[in-house]
Design a binder for this molecule. Structure first.
Ligand SMILES: *C/C=C(C)/C=C/C=C(C)/C=C/C1=C(C)CCCC1(C)C
Length: 240
């Protein structure tokens, strides 16, 4: 039987491994901290834990899949995102709810994130030849989310939500604007369309590897970082 091991120069497998451990550790942290969290923030901290926990399970699978086949686990990747990105929308809804957020805001954010992810999946899998078109459509849904948070409903609610919530929304807004923008970068590196026809990594195998590394780094920043912002919000309010 062939012994599967992570070669010291296999950065893809390495980031899948580290990603698994980081997501697991973050989940344990969030779950255990729920007991020390003020009642009104418990659901938010729980959702932070669910996001990293769902990712931990998917990373465990993706790590094994990548190690055994050498391929990119695109399917598991998107299943993970389709569960965790809507949960991040739930976080925005939960922290603006006291300022009067309506359930329709949550559905709009979730709908946009589904459009963003489904179009991205089509461009990465069954319709790779049109990856630029799918990437642009996905990007439009992404901009809609950014707009809603920075200038739309979330921004307006944030003004009356109290200093701490306003601050948290500002930081989470930066995560969505900068942290999430890492993903289209990975997509550009890994799909045949490149950046509107400009191929940055021309070797298909190297391109796929680059994409996985970029996605793995982005996930660690966005899922754990995002959760920690929610966690510090729950603690900041504690002091008041
Ligand atoms: C935890 C996972 C997160 C926060 C995933 C976020 C994913 C994105 C923001 C993906 C965006 C994409 C585009 C904006 C265009 C190209 C296709 C995608 C799906 C990579």
């Amino acid at each position: 039987m062939e012994h599967l091991k992570i070669a010291s120069d296999n950065y893809v497998a390495f980031t899948f491994f580290i990603g698994t451990m980081a997501m697991m550790a973050a989940s344990v942290f969030f779950f255990f901290e729920i007991n020390n969290t003020p009642q009104k923030w418990r659901t938010s901290v729980l959702v932070s834990g669910l996001i990293t926990f769902i990712a931990a399970v998917h990373y465990y699978y993706m790590r094994g899949y990548n190690l055994e086949t050498g391929d990119s686990p695109t399917f598991f990747r998107y299943v993970d995102w389709i569960l965790t990105v809507p949960l991040m929308c739930v976080e925005f809804y939960l922290i603006t709810k006291k300022a009067g957020a309506k359930i329709s805001l949550l559905w709009k954010l979730i709908a946009a994130s589904l459009v963003m992810l489904i179009t991205g999946y089509l461009g990465e899998t069954i319709d790779r030849d049109s990856s630029v078109m799918w990437g642009v459509l996905s990007g439009l849904a992404y901009f809609y989310i950014v707009y809603t948070i920075w200038f739309g409903e979330v921004a307006k609610l944030s003004q009356t939500a109290g200093v701490e919530v306003t601050k948290a929304i500002k930081i989470l807004g930066w995560f969505v604007l900068v942290g999430w923008s890492i993903y289209p970068l990975g997509y550009i590196l890994g799909t045949p369309g490149g950046f509107f026809g400009i191929q940055i990594v021309s070797d298909i195998d190297a391109a796929t590897k680059a994409m996985d590394i970029v996605y793995n780094i982005a996930d660690a920043i966005n899922k754990i970082g995002f959760g920690l912002v929610i966690y510090s919000l729950s603690r900041a309010e504690d002091k008041v």
